[in-house]
Design a protein. Sequence first.
Lengths: 222, 168
Amino acid sequence: MILFFGLHGARWWTLLTAASCALLLFSNWIYFGSQQPRFLWEKGELANSPLWLAAFYFHVIGASVCLAAGFPLMFPRWTKEHPAWHRGLGYAYFTAVLWMAAPSGVALAFTAKGGILGTLGFAMAGALWWYTTWTGYRSIRRGQISQHVRAMVRSYSLALSAPAFRIIQAALFLAGLGDATNYIVSLWLSIAVSVLLAESCLYRFRAGAIITRPLSPIGELS
Amino acid sequence: MNRMLIIPAGCCLVAFAALWASLSGAAGKESRSGALAAARQNVNVAIATRPLLSAVTKPLALEEVEQSLTALTGEYLRPWRQQASSPRYLYSRVAPQPIPSISAEVELATGANSQADGMAVAAIVVKTGRQSETMPCVVDRFTRQVRVFAGGQWLTEAQWLSQAPLPN
């Protein structure tokens, strides 16, 4: 996976990422298949608001689609062998992030747990996510592949902050950290880890050296 | 922006509006049917044997909580009232020890601080003659579970109903 190129144990990190994404997607399915999602229970009266609920479901569906669709896009060899799939899944990822998960995430940030710190964290993550994804789309439309790769590495890394948040939260829970503090610390740590992961990847490859040969022509790509 | 992004954007907008509309419609139907259900007359022991985790996703409104507690309290008083109005005890009204009347009131805590996290707090005041007993209770607005504090311990609905008073 491109995010872990050059790192020791890159395959294990890739497997861990795949497993955590799969676990998150599976837990969403179980969670919303049950009839009493605890997260909604904790939201109290807010969970009665149709607008809030619609934004919430939109966010979960969009984020699930982008995690699933974006994963294969992070493998350059697969991209080279299946350029049409890359393009199709890419558009699915763009749609899921730009029009579903990120805008609803920013909207939901204003009712997030953790007060102002929670709101700031989620709003900032959502806004960064939208911006990096939009930059990725704009650059590929212009045929600027290296900029596209840089932006999408950052975008998917921010998408991975969701499973990272849950892993860190579980770890801090086991370490005995209180619920309220755990939530805020996990949120900001997950954003920091995502940003670090992306920037370290780009630094390792000194942006532009990731794709050494151009992709085969597909429409506007050359 | 090409149509490969514009068309999905439009579809997402339509999908969001449809989702919002369907959730709004579902919320409207629930408030109407909730008022009808809460006005039901006969509460039987089935309440006590209802599964602990009901299949609900919408919390009870405070009015529904109050009506539910009122019905439960009526069930709690029923044994006393049945025996008090039975022919056997009718004669005791002219006896030296008449049976005191029994009544109950439900007082729901309605302040913002007292209703949190899907739980409703209330007090059931049972008046037997000149004596009154106040029993705090907590209602889970999602699962409709009720816990009553009586006799120094928290009781489920079934346990509380099994301790319903009877005339001596």
